[in-house]
Design a protein around this ligand. Structure first.
Ligand SMILES: CCCCCCCC/C=C\CCCCCCCC(=O)SCCNC(=O)CCNC(=O)[C@H](O)C(C)(C)COP(=O)(O)OP(=O)(O)OC[C@H]1O[C@@H](n2cnc3c(N)ncnc32)[C@H](O)[C@@H]1OP(=O)(O)O
Length: 213
């Protein structure tokens, strides 16, 4: 049984959502362009004025929250507004997560310069966010809906941005509403960069929820 999801907004047709996802990707590209631009000050000011006008246009009809979880046209749960995986959320990488046949989840990740923490390297809070989500998805893949209770990280090696790395997570054990789950971000050859372990708790009101594929 899926959790009760909010009814879709009238204006959330698939064509509009697809257009919003394209806009969100342009916003990500814009974010990268802002962080890395080397154009002169005069050009910066000109672009800023154009952007302010575009922000006003989008704000002409404004919601209080991004797209809420729903069931997509493929019959699968999706959360387009999510900060990590949401196609219509410019903040999302977005992470594309696969469920592994042997259990758990996997995602290829290429961090970008906007994720900078230490010079030239990925911010530890950004990798923590990705691992939090991956661990949560592993719990969901095991059929439970849960929220992070605790998350513990071991940063073994710095993560470079601009090169592909791999995130994985899998459930260890469960006890009542508690699920222990482990994950890591590693180089493609398996070298661990950040290891995570978390305790996820199924809120009592979600205890009856069994998530499908
Ligand atoms: C309608 C739509 C629904 C859609 C759902 C779809 C989901 C899946 C789909 C797709 C995957 C998505 C993946 C997302 C991943 C992202 C994850 C996040 O970032 S989540 C945000 C960050 N986490 C929070 O904000 C939690 C805030 N905290 C809380 O809400 C509560 O404290 C909560 C739920 C964690 C526990 O509340 P209680 O009221 O259920 O807990 P009590 O009944 O007091 O405790 C139960 C047991 O758990 C232990 N416990 C509780 N909190 C703990 C904690 N923080 N650490 C350790 N143990 C804890 C307690 O000691 C107790 O254990 P004893 O039974 O006595 O042995």
């Amino acid at each position: 049984m899926m959790p009760d999801l909010a009814p879709p907004q009238e204006s959330d047709g698939e064509a509009r959502l697809a257009a919003l996802a394209v806009l969100a990707q342009h916003a990500r590209d814009l974010t990268d362009a802002v962080a890395l631009t080397d154009v002169p000050e005069r050009e910066l000011r000109a672009v800023t004025a154009e952007l302010a006008a575009l922000t006003d246009r989008l704000g002409a009809a404004r919601r209080t929250a991004p797209a809420q979880p729903d069931i997509g046209p493929d019959g699968r749960f999706r959360h387009l507004g999510n900060a990590v995986v949401g196609d219509t959320n410019p903040h999302a990488l977005p992470l594309v997560i696969e469920r592994r046949p042997e259990g758990g989840v996997r995602a290829g990740i290429t961090f970008r310069p906007v994720h900078e923490g230490p010079p030239g390297l990925v911010h530890g809070g950004v990798s923590a966010m990705i691992l939090d989500h991956l661990l949560g998805e592993a719990v969901a893949a095991s059929g439970r809906a849960a929220m992070t209770g605790t998350l513990s990280l071991r940063y073994r090696k710095p993560i470079p941005y601009g090169t592909p790395v791999v995130g994985t997570a899998a459930v260890g054990r469960t006890e009542g509403r508690k699920t222990w789950v482990d994950g890591m971000i590693a180089l493609p050859d398996g070298t661990p960069l950040v290891e995570a372990t978390g305790l996820f708790i199924t809120p009592s009101q979600w205890a009856e929820v069994v998530l499908g594929g």
